[in-house]
Design a protein around this ligand. Structure first.
Ligand SMILES: Cc1cc2nc3c(=O)[nH]c(=O)nc-3n(C[C@H](O)[C@H](O)[C@H](O)COP(=O)(O)OP(=O)(O)OC[C@H]3O[C@@H](n4cnc5c(N)ncnc54)[C@H](O)[C@@H]3O)c2cc1C
Length: 400
């Protein structure tokens, strides 16, 4: 578990958040509805985030970054997700597909690539999922075979975000003849490597503005020094980066849910039914009260989890699962209920809430589906139970 380098003062964090809020209000927010209608990469949002130094906050200073603590990163992600999931997913995606290079690539390779990723000049994509291996990462069948001073990759990667615009791919593959998680290794592959092909954009429900596509690898030769970490470390590299990504997904779900409540509240303060403002009906007030309270509770969980990460707490992964599970499921409920508050208007594309609702679904699927996180958390609870001794419980006298 790597911690970030929290070399940021509270004043510096506040100042940076001010810049992010301005960016959200003046550029990302106003174009979010339009971004949400076209499955082309939202370059303007990407360039604006790059210009304001948002991507740099993921990476070490030695590679041109400004590495921010995760407690600040979750605030940034929330602020962006409050208006635009595509832009927020750029903030989490650049982190997910860049940090393995910063921390596991050979230093000369990292020094060449990282400053360009931090500035947004280059983009990398994280290619883990396969047609036969999504939740079950260890079941992956993409292969890596040693040949001279290179590895030769074969296989298909599926659902790869930003594949159509990425300059580089982090490809996780199984070294030939291995089984299970220990046989996985990670490689940095150039987009123009012979034998690598990106398929057409796959139209989808939400997160419009961040296209996904398949990546086909047919006898792709990757120089040996492009392996990230050592042979067999691919799963560990993926797990480490996925912990951050899960906390990021949770922050995104919280930010979007907050945005949905803000929109619904604004609407309820203007719209009238039965001779009163919608917001004056007690039933509506209770809905808003419950949603606001639940989102604030989820925010606390996410921020606490980010602080655990910054403190290098070894329990962070399990709390990341909890934060992701809770915030993603809550985000789906809240965006659905907020749309309900807008009635027929909520159902129109002219209004942003149908986009928020469609976007919320992916947080329950990506970076570990909710069911997977429940399984992980449930196993953890049962494992912990072995060392519990509740003072009110005496099982010795009970016939079990
Ligand atoms: C828009 C989008 C962007 C993505 N971006 C990327 C990317 O950039 N890089 C990348 O590598 N991947 C990416 N993914 C893939 C994503 O991470 C996977 O879709 C996700 O991990 C689920 O895998 P799967 O789709 O194969 O579902 P499966 O593993 O087939 O699971 C299907 C469903 O079954 C249930 N389920 C599965 N296993 C269990 C179990 N053990 N117990 C109970 N229920 C279970 C869950 O509800 C799950 O949603 C993206 C996906 C989407 C849709």
């Amino acid at each position: 578990m790597r911690s970030a380098v929290p070399d940021w003062t509270p004043e510096a964090e506040q100042e940076f958040m001010g810049r992010v809020e301005r960016l959200v209000a003046q550029e990302i927010g106003p174009r979010a509805n339009e971004v949400g209608r076209s499955e082309t990469f939202a370059w303007e949002s990407f360039r604006a985030l790059a210009r304001e130094g948002v991507f740099a906050t993921s990476f070490p200073v030695r590679y041109g970054g400004t590495e921010a603590p995760l407690r600040l990163r979750v605030r940034i992600i929330e602020a962006v997700a409050r208006v635009c999931s595509a832009a927020a997913s750029m903030v989490t995606g650049v982190d997910l597909s860049g940090r393995p290079i910063a921390f596991a690539a050979a230093p000369t390779l990292a020094a060449t690539v990282m400053p360009k990723l931090a500035s947004g000049e280059l983009q990398s994509a994280f290619a883990l999922t396969e047609p036969g291996a999504g939740s079950d990462v260890a079941g992956m069948s993409c292969t890596a075979r040693p040949e001279g001073d290179a590895w030769v990759l074969n296989g298909v990667k599926r659902f790869i975000s930003r594949a159509t615009v990425a300059d580089l791919f982090i490809v996780v593959a199984r070294t030939e003849g291995t089984v299970g998680a220990k046989g996985l290794s990670a490689f940095l592959v150039d987009r123009d490597a012979a034998g690598l092909r990106v398929g057409p954009v796959q139209p989808k429900l939400g997160w419009i503005g961040i296209p996904i596509a398949e990546v086909f690898l047919d006898e792709v030769r990757v120089p040996a020094d492009r392996m990230l970490g050592a042979e067999g470390e691919g799963f560990a590299i993926a797990q480490d980066t996925l912990v951050r990504a899960r906390i990021g997904h949770a922050a995104m779900a919280v930010g979007r849910a907050q945005g949905a409540i803000d929109i619904a509240a604004q609407y309820a303060a203007r719209r009238s039914t039965f001779g009163r403002r919608l917001g004056d009906h007690q039933g509506v007030q209770w809905m808003l009260a419950e949603m606001t309270t639940q989102v604030e509770a989820a925010r606390c969980l996410v921020h606490r989890c980010a602080q655990r990460y910054d403190d290098a707490d070894p329990q962070t992964p399990i709390y990341a699962s909890m934060a992701k599970l809770h915030a993603a499921d809550l985000g789906m409920r809240v965006t659905t209920d907020c749309l309900q508050l807008l009635g027929g208007n909520g159902y129109l594309q002219q209004m942003p809430l149908e986009r928020f609702m469609r976007d919320a679904k992916l947080n329950q699927i990506g970076e570990g589906a909710s069911e997977i996180h429940k399984t992980v958390i449930g196993r953890h609870v049962i494992r912990q139970a072995g060392s519990l001794a509740h003072p009110c419980l005496d099982l010795d006298g009970v016939d079990l």
